[in-house]
Design a protein around this ligand. Sequence first.
Ligand code: ZN
Length: 288
Amino acid sequence: MRVGIDIGGTTVKIGLVENKKIISSFEIKTKKDTLFKDIKDSIRKYDNIEFIGIGVPGAIKNNYIYRLPNIGIENVDLNKEFSEFNCKIGATNDANRAALGEAIYDNNVKSCYFITLGTGVGGGYIYDGKIVNGASSSAGEIGHTFIDPINNYKCTCGKCGCLETVSSATGIVRLFNDNKGKYKTSIDKENVTTKDIFDAAKEGDELSLYVVNFATRILGIAIANIAATVDPESIIIGGGVSKAGEFLLELVKKYYKEYAFYMQKDKKISLAKLGNSAGMLGARYIEV
Ligand code: ZN
């Protein structure tokens, strides 16, 4: 049996994979101080674990985690951490893994760029059915390209003005809170979510419309930059924010077209189809 573990900023999704199918899956909360203990405790009851595939939200190379900024974890050797299971460990950036799952699902496209909009913004580039890792194991880190000199918000990576600071779930909520008072809104609650903001924008809420237009314009620019750099056959948008569906997609496409190089204006941009299971499913395709 293979275990696919997708570590996210708020939950860890764990899938048991047999014969290339997820036979069962469950979630546990992401707790910084006990993260790996919790994961190990949750899978120890299973026999015959032959492979553990792990997707992490951050920098990783040779199964060694350098930094997971959204969780606050640094310097973890996963081979050591999971040594008690006596099996092969294969770990990659979670966005890469989801990218691989989505690319294969998307008619096995030759080249695909996957962007995930969650607590942070991740990205992965697939070429010829393989993850492009890059020389520093960080190819595809689109979330940390500088793109917003207007707000220039501090990012979890230590820089300012990254794509992640405005187009992630956290970024969208921050934009909303920061622009209260400048635009009218009917949302009157403390802990507003991206779903509240997108739902209100669909109804014409002025502040929410400002926020979603800003976040999707910035994302459209980022995608145009990706297209100009690697010109992939397909661009796929996933992660929690993508649950806003066609409304989000149409805005991103509109802004993409405005900023895209003229030969790339008809790029195929679509929403992820595997949903939350993409990260776990990626484990079934990957051999590390
Ligand atoms: Zn950053």
